[in-house]
Design a protein around this ligand. Structure first.
Ligand code: SF4
Length: 455
């Protein structure tokens, strides 16, 4: 029997390469393949890289689905089902929008595939008893089963040279706009440290990316993992939260374990905005500047992300934040407009307040990256989008890249160990290249070079 797993793109421009920085290994699908019984031959098709076949040679197809890939996933599924092949959908969007997803597939998995549910689905398929919906959320356990991902399926795809690992899933915080915490209902699950180490030992890449939603969700466990990683001599990066600056013991262990960079969602410099987001816990006593300095003292360079469009935000706040990010010499930064992801408290609030321009923006023909789908209070939607784009362009211009060079974290010890400096330079130039390419990139459609929708 043959199972084909598909990673949809967010959309494509015909005959143009996909955006390089969006081509990380699809760990969720490799994990699903790892859970699949040996009697199934498994094929991975990644639409970001591969051409989709006209005729699918499979007994059953699994498609992973996020909000940004939902429309493409539905179009692909329609084609496959027309060929008489059953389609299973899973992924974060099934948790957020189950009533929508179920209309586009033969079987929907809500929640993680671990814990026996995936093998049950395949067994039911074999016995012609496939059900429309399976839900693993009802048997939630704090410990997340470790599965060895089928990394052999990545061969010859040309992914970014990073080994992807997952040590935990979800985040215990409940920021109003966050799709991750809404999908996982504010719960955090983690894997056993010895299993993670076993997994890392099989990864050939020197640089790892922990695809955790929040790597420091549970400080005591993160410390345990860092201790176990220290002898492996890997470099790694992941996602953290600014409150870890209060934990010097943790920072010491992160440094020893090879932590090179952490993405931190600062979101805003305005305390009132943080309160509205439900993120007032991020208002650290000593302030962002002092906290950044502490992280840098432990050799950790920072990828700061900021979001604009809350009611307290004004156009001049975007420039102020840009200046802050440059002054603080952040290694990388993202200046994003707010996105009302379906299934989040933010989406429900905007819906009640009548502020959504298009209620199903992720399914709209012609929707593109950078388009603001709600009415902000102090910007027009176009102004908010433009301000964020301008901030990105300025942050990554050549002179501002130079201004952000410093020798404790971004380019530490460049002569004895050039790795960090090389990462700083390459990550900045890849990001610079991606900004223009990403703006107006089609979400949900394949378009031609004139913008005409082909699919
Ligand atoms: S801290 Fe980050 S991952 Fe956690 S809920 Fe807030 S935005 Fe989401």
């Amino acid at each position: 029997m043959k199972l084909t797993l598909i990673q949809p793109s967010v959309g494509k421009i015909a005959n143009k390469p996909y955006i390089k920085s969006w081509t990380m290994e699809p760990l969720a699908l490799a994990t699903l393949a790892g859970l699949t019984p040996k009697e199934f031959e498994v094929e991975l098709i990644d639409e970001r890289i591969d051409e989709l076949p006209e005729i699918y040679n499979a007994d059953i197809v699994g498609i992973t689905i996020e909000t940004y890939t939902a429309k493409r996933a539905y179009a692909i599924a329609k084609e496959i089902r027309n060929q008489g092949i059953k389609v299973i959908m899973g992924g974060i969007h099934t948790n957020l929008m189950p009533d929508e997803v179920i209309k586009h597939c033969d079987c929907m998995l809500v929640g993680g595939a671990e814990g026996g549910i995936w093998t049950q689905i395949l067994e039911d398929f074999k016995n012609n008893k496939l059900q429309k919906k399976y839900d693993s959320n009802s048997y939630f356990t704090k410990e997340l089963e470790h599965v060895t991902p089928r990394r052999d399926l990545y061969a010859n795809k040309g992914y970014l040279p990073l080994g992807l690992v997952e040590s935990g899933r979800g985040c215990p915080f409940t920021c109003e706009f966050c799709a991750i915490t809404s999908a996982h209902k504010g719960k955090y699950r983690y894997k056993l440290v010895d299993k993670i180490i076993e997994d890392i030992e099989n990864i050939p890449q020197k640089m790892l990316y922990f695809a955790d939603d929040n790597f420091v969700s549970k400080f005591s466990r993160t410390k345990e993992l860092c201790d176990a990683m220290a002898p492996l001599n890997k470099k790694w990066f992941s996602h953290g939260t600014i409150n870890m600056a209060n934990q010097r013991d943790l920072l010491k262990k992160l440094q020893k374990s090879g932590c090179s960079n952490l993405l931190i969602g600062f979101e805003s410099l305005n305390e009132q905005t943080l309160k509205s987001m439900g993120k007032s816990w991020a208002v650290v006593k000593r302030g962002y500047t002092e906290s950044i300095k502490i992280l840098r003292d432990y050799g950790i360079s920072i990828y700061g992300t900021f979001v604009f469009g809350y009611d307290e935000d004004r156009p001049e706040d975007v420039e102020k934040t840009l200046d802050f990010a440059i002054e603080q010499k952040l290694c990388l930064a993202a200046f994003n407009h707010l996105v009302p992801y379906p299934g989040t408290p933010l989406y429900s609030r905007f819906e009640k307040e009548g502020r959504l321009i298009d209620k199903e923006w992720w399914l709209k023909d012609g929707y593109n990256f950078g388009e603001v789908s709600f009415r902000p209070k102090n910007f027009t939607p176009q102004e908010l989008s433009q301000k964020c784009y301008d901030a990105r362009m300025k942050f990554y211009n050549f002179s501002n890249i130079l201004k952000r060079v410093e020798f404790s974290a971004n380019c530490r010890d460049p002569f004895r160990d050039p790795f960090q400096a090389l990462s700083f330079v390459s990550a900045n130039f890849v990001s610079q290249k991606g900004i223009k390419q990403r703006q107006n990139w089609p979400i949900g459609n394949i378009i031609d070079k004139y913008g005409k929708i082909l699919n």
